[in-house]
Design a protein around this ligand. Structure first.
Ligand SMILES: C[S@@+](CC[C@H](N)C(=O)[O-])C[C@H]1O[C@@H](n2cnc3c(N)ncnc32)[C@H](O)[C@@H]1O
Length: 335
């Protein structure tokens, strides 16, 4: 997550390029956004700030936890995908939004022929530079691709920076769409629809509504990895804004909000505190028991999945699910 330095790197002997567009947003805007959240009545920090290098590593650990069903469930659907969708990779580039590690895209690429891979450019888009670097190297060890063009950017406001030279298959896995509130999801899908051109398509992973116990267990794992991930957001905020939050003053708090059909993650203060930041900024006051809302993870229905397509002006071709209907992967096309 580098808002300061514009990085354009190319490796001479490997077909990999890394472009960092976060400086276009600027550290100043990131700071303002964070302080606005920390001064709100219900304090909040946007979930994109989870993902520094450590945050990306912790998320990868979460995906391997026994309690965390979404990753393994979605992976099973991806593994059998191309036959079910008659997907043809020839002439396509793949753009993965919020790419994280490369495990899901690898499952998809395994289903392409060598000839198709040799012509394919993979474009991972993520706010975490380290995640893109690590996953690109790993991917190129496994597959001979024409190119990897990593884009470090905020997919909420920088979709226009994605290259447009061929037909593109956009992948948005991991139910990351569930981290937006309803207004943001609509704005994001509308903007994605405008970015896509006729001939482009989209694979969208969405976590479905299910038994509350299954949901709450997934965000309260026994090893406490989700708690570490949640608390790490304060380290990221400290680094970006100069605040002096101590993660040990907070506890992880995650629950299912039935009315809003979403898991909410918060950090609950265990004591009253005054947190200093830059000399010219007022300190932040936090009361014992008060929470900082760090993430929503909305749980969806088939109607929601249809609505996503409508917002984007895309035609829904198919919804694939697992045997329990716990997770869905939907395929849309821009006609
Ligand atoms: C829930 S994780 C999913 C990762 C991976 N797609 C998966 O399915 O396991 C969200 C991913 O999106 C990235 N991300 C979150 N907010 C972002 C934003 N505003 N712009 C770009 N990437 C973002 C994070 O760095 C992370 O890799």
């Amino acid at each position: 997550m580098n808002y300061l330095q514009n990085i354009v790197r190319s490796e001479p002997n490997v077909n990999v390029k890394l472009l960092n567009y976060l400086p276009k947003i600027g550290i100043g805007s990131a700071r303002e956004e964070i302080f606005t959240g920390l001064r709100a009545k219900q304090k909040y920090i946007y979930p994109k700030y989870f993902y520094d290098g450590r945050g990306s590593e912790l998320f990868e650990e979460i995906t391997q936890l026994e309690e965390y069903y979404p990753t393994r469930t979605e992976k099973k659907i991806i593994a059998g995908l191309t036959k079910k969708l008659y997907l043809d990779f020839s002439g396509l580039n793949i753009v993965e939004l919020g790419s994280g590690d490369c495990s899901k895209i690898s499952l998809l690429l395994e289903q392409a022929s060598r000839e198709e891979l040799k012509e394919l450019t993979y474009v991972p888009v993520d706010i975490s530079e380290s995640a893109i670097e690590k996953s690109s190297v790993e991917l190129l060890k496994r597959f001979t691709l024409k190119n990897v063009t990593g884009i470090v950017a905020d997919f909420y406001c920088q979709l226009n920076l994605i290259p447009k030279n061929r037909n593109r298959l956009f992948c948005f896995f991991g139910s990351t769409i569930g981290n937006f509130n309803a207004g943001e999801a609509k704005a994001f899908m509308t903007s994605l629809g405008k970015t896509m051109q006729p001939g482009d398509s989209l694979l969208l992973g969405a976590d479905m509504l299910k038994d509350i116990n299954v949901l709450e267990r997934a965000y309260n794992d026994k090893k406490g990895v989700t708690a570490q991930f949640n608390k790490n957001i304060l380290n990221v905020v400290n680094n970006l804004t100069g605040t002096e939050f101590d993660t040990s003053d907070f506890e992880h708090y995650a629950f299912f909000n039935e009315k809003k059909s979403r898991i909410e993650m918060h950090l609950r203060a265990m004591k009253d505190m005054v947190v200093n930041s830059e000399p010219d900024r007022e300190a932040i006051t936090v009361r014992r028991g008060e929470t900082i809302h760090t993430e929503n993870s909305n749980k969806f229905s088939a109607d929601d999945v249809e609505r996503f397509g409508k917002w984007a002006g895309l035609e829904l071709q198919k919804i694939l699910t697992d045997k329990n209907d716990w997770f869905s992967l939907s395929y849309y096309r821009k006609i």
